[in-house]
Design a protein around this ligand. Structure first.
Ligand SMILES: NC(=O)c1ccc[n+]([C@@H]2O[C@H](COP(=O)([O-])OP(=O)(O)OC[C@H]3O[C@@H](n4cnc5c(N)ncnc54)[C@H](O)[C@@H]3O)[C@@H](O)[C@H]2O)c1
Length: 303
């Protein structure tokens, strides 16, 4: 089986695939313009979030049998179309859960204690002790929107910190230690709101002006899920008028953002989609991608 690695993948796992007999070519800087000329020669491809696999690309690759996405979301792949063409589409659903949960929790601490503002102040050689009275996370209510793998990992950590955890997820009836509520109840009760759901037609812009109006004044928001679930203009207004005391954003409607005004607010902290960017998550993703492709290749061989 011939596999094209289209995005950064740990060398160790590329070697594992080669040792298992797969022909693996690495073009982890391949451009969308080059792909339609190169990919038709391959049976399989490995992508992360950089390479998008859309219908026109699938149409020119009649030999493609498998797409493996190292990561969780499949929104970068037209996966229903791919499946309709008989192409297997796989991802690594659990590999980055702990890393994303840790980032979300870390962001809650940063928002609660303004460590990012204190750092900027100290770098300017100021000692503004009185400016930085924060509050504790323990005893506060965390509202999770989406309680799949990452939501549950986040809940575990929040519960250990003494938070009350409530959640809205129309597809989950119950989860350990979490009180399931309606979206309106969550918006009214949460001191922190953290998003852990996929971006779908249903969830795009689901947090807009109407939802911000229902939130507790001074709520803090963390989005390590996908950009565009929160309407960025509505978030800007809610941060500017004080409804939202602080927001931490790892993901954006456009990546990199085309409009940076949200990032210029001093109650916004942000990172460039690094939820899964830890050594541990990358190693788990690489191992899972290799294992899935090796297994797929075995099943492809005639008995
Ligand atoms: N920042 C990053 O680098 C990073 C890394 C990994 C995943 N993610 C994002 O995190 C999301 C969650 O990942 P996961 O592994 O927990 O996925 P998951 O599939 O295990 O869980 C997602 C949960 O969201 C729920 N959900 C779906 N639609 C919903 C809706 N409209 N309202 C409320 N809940 C809804 C589902 O029922 C499910 O329980 C992914 O879809 C991905 O977009 C981001």
């Amino acid at each position: 089986m011939k596999v094209l690695i289209c995005d950064k993948t740990e060398k160790e796992y590329i070697e594992q695939m080669r040792l298992a007999g797969l022909t693996v070519d690495v073009r982890d800087d391949i451009t969308p313009e080059e792909l339609p000329n190169v990919l038709p020669a391959y049976d399989g491809m490995v992508v992360r979030s950089r390479t998008k696999v859309r219908q026109p690309l699938i149409d020119v690759c009649p030999n493609l049998k498998v797409i493996v996405r190292g990561g969780v979301g499949l929104d970068t792949i037209d996966y229903e179309y791919a499946r309709s063409k008989g192409i297997a589409v796989m991802n690594t659903p659990m590999a980055s859960s702990a890393s994303v949960a840790e980032l979300a929790i870390g962001y809650m601490f940063a928002l609660a204690r303004s460590t990012y503002k204190a750092t900027t102040s100290m770098k300017a050689e100021k000692w503004e002790k009185k400016l930085f009275e924060g509050d504790e996370i323990g005893g506060k209510t965390l509202g999770l929107i989406g309680v799949g793998n990452i939501g549950k990992e986040t809940a575990k950590r929040a519960l250990a910190l003494g938070m009350t955890v409530i959640a809205y997820d129309p597809y989950v009836k119950s989860a350990d230690g979490i009180k399931m509520v309606t979206l309106d109840e969550l918006l009214a009760q949460a001191d922190y709101i953290s998003l852990h759901l996929p971006k779908t037609k249903e969830s795009a812009n689901m947090i807009g002006a109407e939802q911000f109006a229902k939130m507790k004044k001074g709520v803090r928001i963390v989005n390590c899920a996908r950009g565009g679930i929160i309407n960025e203009d509505a978030l800007y207004d809610a941060l500017a008028n004080g409804t939202v005391a602080g927001a931490a954003l790892d993901v954006f409607a456009a990546e990199p953002p085309t409009d940076w005004k949200l990032l210029k607010l001093d109650n916004v902290i942000a990172s460039p989609h690094i939820g899964a960017a830890t050594k541990e998550a990358q190693a788990r993703i690489g191992a899972e991608v290799a294992a899935k492709l090796i297994e797929f290749a075995k099943n492809m061989q005639p008995a």
